[in-house]
Design a protein around this ligand. Structure first.
Ligand SMILES: [Zn+2]
Length: 489
């Protein structure tokens, strides 16, 4: 059977560390990056007997906020459950999580893909605690050993699970990207994949196209970048299709992604929820979500990425591409907004072009941070738009502004970059160029319009690029077609 005879059914699970000052059930600080191992711990997050958890209200708020942002439903009362399993990074022998009453259910997120907009249903978002971290190494006698760092133990974690709606590897990547953007926008998480603040897992199965029943599901983990998400899922779809074609049975398993080899590999047989023996957490009361509190959280949501892209396209007239870049890149978006704010009445389109083009080019090539004053960018855009400096000079001015922080006015004066637009000052130069290039003049007169380009180029050269090319071309045409002398009008 050719592999396009199958349809992929993909669900994504994302775990993200919430941006709180303290851990989920104790007051230990979450700012442990670079800290000595096990220096951010207490009896609660070490799982010592008798230590009692206390709920971090801010973490609950951030999940409610994420739920509101995906249009999810939140019940009046939820509760905590114990997910039981044994692993050295989980000292209590269970993780406090939420099982049948998550804080948010039935949401959705619309993503843009190369095939157009696509809606991904979100089954649930719930709150739980992160595990400790195992560090594998070698002991003083050269023996292999594993160490446990409990600094991460108990960090608030939100798990977001999609419906099995996703059909392609590209949709999966785009979903993960859009979710990251959303979580950052609402301030729920920094969601940095490389730093493990956002971990993406995919459940992938295939079924013959046109059928309803799900095939055997394989979970794929260890995808540390958006690119890995797309590659791993694409690989897994191909692997499963080949197995089905060959009549080999697939097994329910968890597979890892080996980025350097570009393939998934067997890790372990997949646990089912029965294996976790969930039961209500006896140390914590059920959690009541007050309607007024939820309303307040909804009311405080910032403008969400989709709404902002729509505003940029529909109200400001930007292209879908520019809108997507400005919303996805925090620096670019901030500069764009601040530049428009600095100069009321300035047209959005050229500002967007400068930000998504030259600003990002300069920033991406720079080693350190790059600062562009919004008022300076507004000034530059205005000068290029009204023709007082040309586009390529403008680029040079922006680079000089980034390098020195000088005002646009000062840079234009210092570099002598004022564009010469008045025909009167250009007249003598045009005359010199025409006199020096009689062949080209003859060509133009003989009806070869491309010769004009050469003459314009000679004028640009003579003025060190400062001449307004449009004005020069008009002057040459008028001189040669009309036979009149160019001069002050
Ligand atoms: Zn603690």
């Amino acid at each position: 059977m050719p592999s396009d005879a199958y349809e992929a059914v993909i669900g994504i699970e994302v775990h993200c560390q919430l941006k709180t000052a303290s851990k989920m059930f104790c007051s230990c600080s979450t700012a442990y990056d670079g800290a000595r191992p096990n220096s951010h711990t207490c009896p609660v997050c070490l799982g010592l007997p008798g230590a009692l958890p206390v709920i971090n209200k801010r973490a609950v708020e951030l999940v409610l906020s994420a739920g509101a942002a995906i249009g999810a439903w939140t019940p009046d009362a939820t509760r905590w459950d114990r997910k039981n399993y044994f692993y050295p990074d989980l000292p209590k022998g269970y993780q406090i999580s939420q099982y049948d009453l998550p804080l948010a259910s039935a949401g959705m997120l619309t993503i843009d893909t190369s095939a157009g907009p696509f809606r991904v249903g979100i089954t649930r978002a719930h709150l739980e605690e992160d595990t400790a971290k195992l560090v594998h190494g070698e002991g003083p006698m050269g023996e292999r050993l594993s160490l446990v760092d409990f600094n991460r133990s108990g960090v608030p974690l939100m798990e977001i699970v999609t419906d099995p709606d996703i059909r392609t590897a590209e949709q999966a990547r785009r979903y993960a990207e859009e979710l990251q953007l959303l979580l950052r926008t609402i301030g729920a998480s920094d969601a940095d994949m490389e730093r493990g603040q956002m971990r993406v897992e995919a459940n992938v199965s295939l079924r013959p196209r046109g059928t309803e029943a799900f095939g055997t599901r394989v979970e794929v983990k260890n995808m540390n970048s958006f690119r890995s998400v797309e590659r791993a899922i694409a690989f897994e779809i191909e692997r499963q299709a080949a197995a089905l074609d060959a009549g080999e049975p697939l097994r329910m398993e968890t597979r890892g992604w080996a980025d350097e080899r570009g393939e998934t590999y067997h890790m372990r047989a997949k646990e089912t929820s029965d294996d976790y023996r969930y039961f209500p957490e006896p140390d914590l009361p059920p959690l009541r979500v007050d309607t007024a509190w939820l309303a307040q959280i909804r009311g405080e949501l910032p403008e969400l990425p989709a709404a902002r892209r729509a505003r940029y396209s529909d109200v400001l007239g930007l292209s879908a591409y520019d809108a997507a870049v400005l919303v996805a890149d925090a620096d670019a978006g901030t500069l764009f907004e601040a530049t428009l704010a600095a100069s009321p009445g300035l047209e959005a389109k050229p500002v967007a072009n400068w930000v998504t083009g030259d600003y990002l080019r300069i920033r991406n090539a720079a080693d350190g941070p790059v600062t562009v004053e919004p008022a300076a960018l507004a000034d530059l855009v205005r000068r290029v738009t009204d023709g007082s400096i040309n586009r390529s000079s403008g680029r040079e001015v922006l680079e000089a502004h980034v390098a020195t922080g000088e005002s646009i006015e000062a840079i234009v004066a210092r570099l002598g970059l004022r564009q010469i637009s008045d025909a009167g000052s250009l007249g003598p130069v045009v005359e010199q160029v025409l006199a020096a290039n009689p062949d080209a003049v003859a060509d133009v007169r003989a009806g070869k319009p491309q010769a004009i380009g050469f003459l314009v180029g000679q004028v640009m050269k003579a003025t060190r690029g400062q001449a307004n090319a449009g004005v020069v071309q008009a002057a040459i045409r008028q001189r040669l077609d009309g036979g009149t002398e160019p001069g002050p009008s």
